[in-house]
Design a protein around this ligand. Structure first.
Ligand SMILES: NC(=O)c1ccc[n+]([C@@H]2O[C@H](COP(=O)([O-])OP(=O)(O)OC[C@H]3O[C@@H](n4cnc5c(N)ncnc54)[C@H](OP(=O)(O)O)[C@@H]3O)[C@@H](O)[C@H]2O)c1
Length: 385
């Protein structure tokens, strides 16, 4: 049975989810995964009528699902009113960058009684999100920030192996996408926003200063990835984890570009920003995204992530556990979308009853993630020393 609510028709049987940025790089993948999920209907949203309708049409043809589209601009005054009138029960917000973004979207959803999930990787955005907790509880909704690779997947991996340690002291981790992967401007803008900029990191039980896209080094992933360049990045986990895992003395996070020329090129740009020749590279995100696409035919379609945990094992001996995630056949860009998909499915099925506003920590397990990756060529390897 269909109902007419507000200005759109929604299917009363299926759980209606709206994906903001729903035809973007990651949002598009989220829309597609949810469109093939039984019991969920999808509305694709963004600022462009043409792009949202075209994407919804293509998705309808590919999946046979009931896909709607709607024009929404998160910066417009009528956003709250429009989102309330869609009649959806969950919004997944992928319209980054989240660095410098306020909580208007989350607040609009909470006040309209709509569950909310975002892919935020902005440090202050994620760490200040719990100020929405009381309102979310009052309105009986769940609002989750950072439901993506960090801190969603990173915390699920740590939680999985946490019990193998009497004391977990250090976490070093990094993400290295394959160069052939599509890139969205919002992600490029997010990285450029801290390239060469100073930020704090928990090192030997105190806060030390470091700089975005510096400390370059190589990390050896399992075959077929091999050695990849990595550089220091500013993410929510750097502030979130020392409080969440109190025995931690050091938390370091890195990301890298597969092509040495691009990785080192960005490193050179970081020095210009560190020495204040350039204030903030993010204003050049369109140009940088376009230029990086010129090289997209080079390198591989294999992405990787690692998390190294170091501490004392249950017998009182030093222990290192290294978790590696390898994504082949161009499936790497699915990884940042999976946490939001897992949560959306849980909320739709009624199996996640928690209410309030919180960072994506402890809401899904590594087993949930592994289940969700079965349809992709994504595999994990764990080495212990
Ligand atoms: N936490 C993590 O681990 C993690 C990992 C990866 C990515 N991310 C984050 O995920 C976000 C999405 O990345 P992406 O690569 O998918 O970006 P993208 O391809 O640029 O997609 C952004 C989408 O948002 C839409 N949009 C932009 N401004 C909007 C506005 N004012 N109102 C409504 N829609 C708007 C865009 O369409 P229009 O411009 O046509 O409106 C586009 O569809 C980024 O912020 C990135 O930092 C987080």
């Amino acid at each position: 049975m269909d109902l007419f609510i507000g200005f759109r028709r929604i299917d009363s049987v299926k759980f209606p989810v709206l994906v903001l940025g729903g035809y973007g790089n990651f949002g598009g993948k989220i829309s597609e995964s949810l469109a093939i999920t039984q019991g969920i209907s999808v509305t694709v949203a963004g600022r462009s009528k043409q792009k949202s309708e075209l994407f919804a049409d293509q998705l309808r043809q590919r999946t046979g699902g009931k896909i709607d589209s709607v024009v929404l601009d998160i910066n417009k005054k009528d956003f709250k009113d429009k989102i309330a009138r869609t009649g959806v029960k969950l919004v997944i917000h992928s319209s980054g960058p989240f660095q410098g973004q306020n909580y208007d979207v989350a607040q609009a959803c909470i006040e309209s009684g709509i569950h909310y999930i975002d892919l935020a990787d902005g440090r202050s955005f994620v760490n200040g999100f719990d100020r929405l907790d009381a309102k979310a509880k009052e309105n009986n909704v769940l609002a989750v920030t950072g439901a993506s690779s960090v801190p969603g997947l990173s915390s699920a991996v740590i939680d999985e192996y946490f019990s193998a340690f009497q004391e977990l002291n250090e976490i070093h981790y990094g993400i290295a996408p394959g160069n052939r992967a599509d890139r969205g401007e919002a992600t490029v803008k997010a990285i450029l926003s801290y390239t060469g900029r100073q930020f704090k990191r928990w090192q030997n039980s105190q806060w030390e200063d470091t700089y975005g896209w510096q400390e370059i080094h190589r990390y050896k992933f399992p075959d077929p990835v091999g050695r990849r360049w990595l550089a220091s990045c500013d993410i929510p986990d750097l502030e979130l984890f020392p409080g969440h895992y109190p025995s931690l003395k050091t938390v370091r996070f890195y990301a890298g570009l597969e092509l040495g020329s691009l990785h080192l090129g960005l490193w050179l740009l970081s020095w210009l920003s560190r020495f204040r020749f350039v204030d903030n590279w993010s204003r050049y995100s369109k140009l940088v995204t376009r230029m990086s696409c010129w090289f997209q035919g080079l390198g591989t379609d294999i992405g990787a992530m690692y998390i190294q945990l170091k501490g004392i094992d249950l017998n009182g001996q030093p222990k290192i556990l290294r978790w590696n995630l390898i994504a082949e056949d161009g499936h790497g860009p699915q990884i940042p979308t999976i946490p939001s998909i897992i949560l959306a499915k849980k909320i739709a099925a009624g199996s996640l009853q928690e209410k309030g506003a919180k960072a994506c920590v402890g809401l899904f397990s590594l087993m949930d993630f592994t289940e969700e990756t079965r349809m992709w060529n994504i595999w994990q390897q764990v080495d212990e020393y």
